[in-house]
Design a binder for this molecule. Sequence first.
Ligand code: CU
Length: 137
Amino acid sequence: MDTRILVASSSIIAYSALVWWYFFGPRRRALAAAGEGMQELSVTVKGGYSPSLLVLRKGVPARINFTRNETSDCSEFVVIPDFNVSRKLPAFEATPVEFMPDRAGEFRFTCGMGMYQGTLIVEDEQVGVNNYEHSHH
Ligand SMILES: [Cu+2]
């Protein structure tokens, strides 16, 4: 086989693998640590939210610690409209945001302007983490 064809086809294969990974690979997600009567997660705010996919259990008080590592006006506020959360995040500090995820479903959390976006998944107690992963991946 011509070397150039070989090189071309391997890059097509590598590129396809990359595209597949982008769309179907595991998303960066965080599952709340189950503390005593409270579930807790940490999110770093810098150019976006990391992780941007948070999984909480329904009916357990939640605390999300947002650490804002930038001074950009964009991320000054974080809002979770479905749970009436709107909090100012001082720069270079961890701000605990507490609320009760009393409804199951998929919700958005964003910066005050809606540019930074994240997804909050609230799972029913009966639905295990494994079920979620199997049905969505
Ligand atoms: Cu913004």
